[in-house]
Ligand binder design. Structure first.
Ligand code: OTU
Length: 642
């Protein structure tokens, strides 16, 4: 559609005053975005004029449905600009039913979040899903109907209202790549409805699936090998990249896009501030490719973004792309799409590299890899995390592993052994996830505390190991709190929760060791926090203090002011959050021994050690007799310099 046709379309729209009284800028946003929307749409769906008209009227319809209070919030946020880069945000991720009983009970936990300083919640899926296996709700039966085990729509509304009144933000998943096999479209398709068979990738025989299999990797090779599942009722093969009950949506069909936009808005209209675009790297499939990170997937995400920006400009998107660093950045939008895709992405590179540094005690791979990542667009930001509900993948660049003089295969083997306690000396207590004996690939599961040695320390009643684990836990959290972006703490990690092995006895969970790192919140421990000095309270208090400090340091807002310094000591990670007048310097020692950096080197990178206090310990940092700055094992320092 050319520009003239778009003008005609805009002019032909019926009087829209009715829908613009609440937000007079709607029409303006539509006019601004329409040419981008049309060029994205037609590059994905050439010749689909009717579908395009349907999309435009859908935008009006969805805008009409948006609640007034959210429309007001949208305008506030448009005015505020990049609100998501603020140092005030501190997040926590949780399963409603594992952290609390249900949504009403979660509401009673708000004071707990406030006490810690958390004001951004990522609630794991809460909508209806199949009974039995459902990938923790990532197999959706609906995008907006709350699963009765969590509560009612009313409960959720009340919760969001309360959260908003406390300036607490909400993030929910939009499982955009697939639905469950019980979703209404899947049921229609299975019953023989041709229209809905087109909503998925369905094939009468193995011819095309076999071709796809030649280049598509397997996500869950142990529990769900292959990328297709045979559906008896339909007599067809259906694409299922994840589990066999998760059917991949066919975005080559424009009607799927329009219907999913509808679902996205229904989710946003529930009062969601940040939408986590789950598995978005997989959105477009193409024979002869890995069917991940394809340019069409980016166009599609941008198309979602541009439409959402018209209807609900205050809602932002998080890219859940756990892919190579250079590919992650593309989800912020590249070239013509820069700034027009997702505002936030998981900093999966930092996450995986931190675990490498813990195991090796060295920060060189961390440093080298981070330095090689091109800078992100200035309107973008990260979710910084130590671990999430998923596994930890060893997604390092082989070239950089070679540069460390390590062999990538052996190095990954070492890391897997280190974290799955297959080395006599390792303090880590993790599990293997999706080990593939064919190529030695595997991923790691385990709670932060167990992976960092707390479980072993407690089991062996070894106070040195416990103390070390606490320092490591605080150090890693200190890094995500100061690095630049929104820190996201996994619920339970703030009190040092250990692995939960009970999943082994549950038929729905036993094949998925990610459940070991989704523990149930121990409110008994929480009750004791203020009463006794335990490792739990040391972790909680340490985090609470750093969160408070973060919020008091505007330099920690993500204004792209991060400078990573090449450390003079291979065990120490050094970065600076630079301001015009002063800077926050962050030092972390990944070694079990005391380490030192020479004052001369520090000066050479602009850090002058003069009357400096570490904000975390409140202690002065003084040079030693050899003119070095000393850093204790696993010590983590925040120092403000003039
Ligand atoms: C996501 O993760 C979710 O985080 C998982 O919990 C889901 O199981 C999955 O999608 C399916 O909905 O493969 O091992 O970026 O790392 O998208 C986790 C690629 C996953 C994947 C990611 C996916």
């Amino acid at each position: 559609m050319n520009q003239a046709a778009l003008h005609q379309l805009l002019m032909s729209r019926k009087q829209v005053t009715e829908i613009t009284t609440e937000d007079p800028y709607y029409e303006q946003r539509l006019a601004t975005n329409l040419s981008l929307i049309s060029s994205l749409f037609f590059s994905l769906y050439p010749e689909s004029n009717n579908a395009f008209k349907k999309l435009v009227s859908k935008l009006d319809e969805l805008f009409k449905e948006r609640p007034k209070v959210l429309k007001n919030l949208d305008l506030e946020r448009l005015n505020a600009g990049n609100w998501y880069q603020s140092e005030q945000l501190v997040g926590m991720q949780l399963y409603v039913d594992r952290f609390a009983k249900d949504i009403p009970d979660l509401e009673t936990k708000i004071p707990y979040f406030e006490k810690l300083g958390v004001n951004y919640l990522h609630l794991m899926p809460i909508t209806t899903r199949p009974k039995g296996e459902n990938d923790g709700g990532y197999a959706v039966n609906s995008y907006h109907e709350i699963d009765p085990k969590y509560g009612t729509k009313k409960d959720f509304e009340r919760f969001t209202k309360k959260a908003r009144s406390k300036n607490m933000l909400l993030m929910l998943d939009f499982v955009v790549n697939h639905t469950s096999d019980e979703f209404v479209w899947a049921k229609e398709a299975a019953a023989g409805n041709k229209e809905y068979q087109e909503y998925y990738y369905t094939f009468p025989n193995r011819a095309i699936p076999d071709q796809y299999e030649q280049t598509m990797p397997e996500i869950f090779p142990e529990s769900a090998p292959g990328n297709f599942t045979y559906n008896e009722a339909m007599g067809s093969w259906v694409m299922t990249c994840f589990n066999k009950y998760q059917w991949d949506l066919n975005y080559k069909n424009p009607l799927v896009f329009i219907a999913m936009l509808d679902n996205l808005l229904k989710l946003a209209n529930m009062g969601v501030d940040v939408v986590r675009f789950d598995a978005l790297a997989f959105l477009w499939k193409k024979l002869g490719t890995q069917s991940q990170n394809l340019p069409e997937a980016h166009q599609l995400i941008s198309l979602f973004r541009m439409c959402l920006q018209v209807i609900a400009p205050g809602v932002i998107l998080l890219a859940e792309a756990i892919v190579a660093p250079k590919n992650i950045l593309k989800y912020f939008g590249e070239d013509g799409l820069e700034g027009n895709e997702c505002e936030v992405a998981y900093n999966a590179s930092l996450m995986a590299l931190l675990w490498n540094s813990v195991a090796t005690t060295k920060t060189s791979l961390l440093h080298k890899s981070l330095m090689e990542i091109p800078s992100k667009p200035k309107n973008a930001t990260w979710i910084n995390y130590i671990r999430c509900h998923d596994d930890i993948g060893l997604g390092y660049d082989d070239e950089f592993i070679w540069a460390m003089d390590w062999d990538p295969y052996n190095h990954r083997k070492f890391l897997l052994e280190y974290y799955t306690s297959n080395l006599a000396w390792t303090p880590a207590r993790g599990m293997m996830f999706m080990y593939n004996p064919k190529n030695g690939d595997g991923r790691i599961t385990g709670s932060t505390a167990s992976l960092l040695g707390l479980e072993k320390g407690i089991y062996e009643n070894n106070h040195t190991i416990i103390k070390t684990a606490v320092s490591k836990i605080l150090m890693l959290h200190g890094i995500i709190l100061s690095y630049g972006g929104i820190p996201l703490i996994y619920a339970g990690d703030e009190i040092g929760t250990l692995n939960d092995y009970s999943f082994k006895d549950n038929d729905d969970y036993k094949d998925d060791s990610r459940w070991v790192n989704r523990p149930i919140q121990d409110w008994g421990v929480v009750k004791q926090l203020t009463k006794r000095d335990t490792y739990n309270s040391q972790i909680f208090n340490g985090l609470q203090k750093m969160i408070k400090l973060r919020k008091a340091l505007p330099l920690l807002a993500d204004t792209n002011n991060l400078f990573i310094h090449p450390s003079a000591n291979p065990h120490i990670f050094v970065f600076e959050r630079k301001g015009l007048k002063n800077s926050v310097w962050v030092f972390s020692n990944f070694d079990k021994n005391l380490q030192a950096i020479s004052i001369a080197w520090l000066q050479s990178v602009g850090f002058n050690l003069e009357n400096n206090k570490d904000l975390i310990s409140d202690l002065m940092i003084l040079p030693d007799a050899y003119n070095n700055m000393q850093i204790a094992p696993y010590q983590h320092l925040w120092i403000v310099t003039e």
